[in-house]
Design a binder for this molecule. Structure first.
Ligand SMILES: [Zn+2]
Ligand SMILES: [Zn+2]
Length: 187
């Protein structure tokens, strides 16, 4: 069980990283602390976290779980839900933790947000055991597969490509990109 001081210390780290103290930091902090407590990783590289939205909560989960997108230890599964799953890849134990706080939204007052660290886990989060299966190419470590898109010619890492008629195709060429490219741009 985390102590009040540990929770407050984490909340302060979240505030520093995120840029302000908000409801999302308070909630995400509690989600992160509970998740890490449940999977109890031995080392810093034993666990992977799946966060289910890209709002304030996600930053707090990142800070408390010490995971990073660029280390492949943090995966965004954007369901728009206030939840995250914590997976100890060594012991294969996984818990999904979601926010359960239904008290008044605390806006502005930082002291009021810190007060939320005093509430018991049950008042802030719900947790359930889950199972995780992550394909080998989604695990941390060196890329296991790099191909060249048969349409745009760009390199595609980690089996994120799709099989096309003339070889591998990147998702942008296969499904259309999120960006438009009206000009020739820079080479
Ligand atoms: Zn925020
Ligand atoms: Zn392409």
């Amino acid at each position: 069980m985390s102590t009040l001081q540990e929770r407050l210390d984490w909340l302060e780290k979240c505030r520093e990283f995120h840029g302000h103290l908000c409801m999302g930091q308070a909630l995400g902090c509690r989600v992160g602390i509970k998740g890490m407590e449940l999977i109890a990783p031995d080392g810093p590289k034993d666990h992977i976290v799946f966060v289910e939205n890209d709002r304030c909560v996600a930053d707090a989960v990142l800070v408390v779980s010490r995971t990073r997108v660029g280390r492949r230890s943090l995966k965004l599964r954007d369901y728009g839900r206030m939840a995250a799953t914590f997976w100890n890849a060594k012991t294969n134990i996984a818990w999904r933790v979601r926010t359960a706080y239904d008290g008044p939204t605390v806006e502005g007052g930082e002291d009021a947000l810190r007060e939320l660290m005093k509430l018991p886990d049950e008042a802030m989060v719900l947790w359930q055991p889950v199972t995780i299966e992550l394909p080998d190419w989604d695990m941390p470590g060196h890329p296991k597969r790099i191909v060249e898109c048969s349409v745009c010619g760009e390199k595609v890492f980690d089996s994120k490509d799709i099989e096309g008629p003339d070889g591998p195709v990147c998702k942008a060429c296969a499904h259309g990109a999120y960006y438009g490219a009206p000009g020739a741009g820079h080479a």
